[in-house]
Write a protein that binds this ligand. Structure first.
Ligand code: ATP
Length: 248
């Protein structure tokens, strides 16, 4: 399974490659089997969006970059799908925005946590949080509530790609600024986000990094204007329109 070859000429090459990375992630114990189902759901929405970054998702990525640069303590949360799909890109995003990386799993096992931490280190991460698990997200059942107190627990801005709706809502209740990457504009996670980026994680993460690099020298009030001008409801409506019309 892990050594299939996808011809680059295939019209859906990128999508098949992404699917294949998830298969390999499952084989390596990085991605859970439920992660395969999440991937399938994501692919369906990506297909409807034309497998491209729509303009409203690009605006959201720019607003996300501005939030991250303004943050006191930004954290990028990584689950099994994210680790399998774009580990290097996550490390680059964390570097460009001076953010911590924390592994945060829906189906948490010590073994899978360690496998993902090691995988991220192999892809260039220095420190990876998540193993200490000495903090809790209030209102969530025990295993899924675990976070590092000096990571997500004390972050003011969190990037939560492919987060489940309950936890995204609970993080919002903790008054954190939440940047969600989710291809489904109707998911609960996208709806509770401060900044929902309706785009494939493999495109969205490098795009946020690119915007962060562009905005690196920007004055605080310019970043604050970008943040204030972003309208989450409008972004979700634009994504729904794009889905109905096969892209904007
Ligand atoms: P919610 O609980 O937020 O209402 P859900 O139950 O559908 O939504 P999950 O099944 O936990 O959420 O997570 C899968 C979500 O991740 C889906 O909304 C899917 O569209 C999205 N997703 C899957 N793969 C990707 C990807 N590569 N990039 C961005 N989003 C993705």
């Amino acid at each position: 399974m892990s050594d299939i070859e996808i011809p680059e000429s295939h019209p859906r090459y990128e999508s098949l490659l992404t699917r294949h990375r998830i298969e390999v992630g499952v084989e390596k114990g990085i991605t859970s089997r439920q992660g395969l189902i999440a991937q399938g759901r994501g692919e369906a929405f990506d297909y409807l969006l034309g497998e491209q970054t729509i303009p409203s998702a690009d605006e959201a990525a720019r607003a996300a970059a501005a939030h991250l640069l303004l943050a006191d303590h930004p954290v990028v949360s990584v689950n099994g799908n994210v680790a399998a799909l774009c580990p290097e890109e996550i490390v680059e995003l964390a570097e460009a925005t001076d953010a911590d990386i924390e592994v945060n799993l829906f189906n948490r096992t010590d073994e899978r946590m360690q496998t993902i931490v090691d995988h991220l280190r192999e892809h260039g991460a220095d420190e990876v949080k998540g193993l200490t698990a000495d903090g809790r997200i209030p209102g969530i059942d025990h295993e899924r509530a675990k976070v590092d107190a000096d990571g997500i627990g004390s972050a003011d801005v969190v990037v939560v790609p492919l987060e489940d709706g309950d936890r995204a809502a609970a993080l919002g209740e903790m008054e954190k600024i939440e940047i969600v990457v989710d291809l489904n504009p109707m998911s609960r996670s996208a709806r509770v986000a401060t900044v929902p980026i309706v785009d494939n994680i493999v495109r969205a993460v490098p795009n946020v990094t690119g915007h962060a690099r562009d905005l690196q020298g920007a004055a605080r009030d310019e970043l604050e204007t970008i943040v204030a001008d972003f309208d989450a409801d409008e972004a979700l409506e634009a994504a729904e329109r794009a889905i109905r019309t096969g892209g904007e």
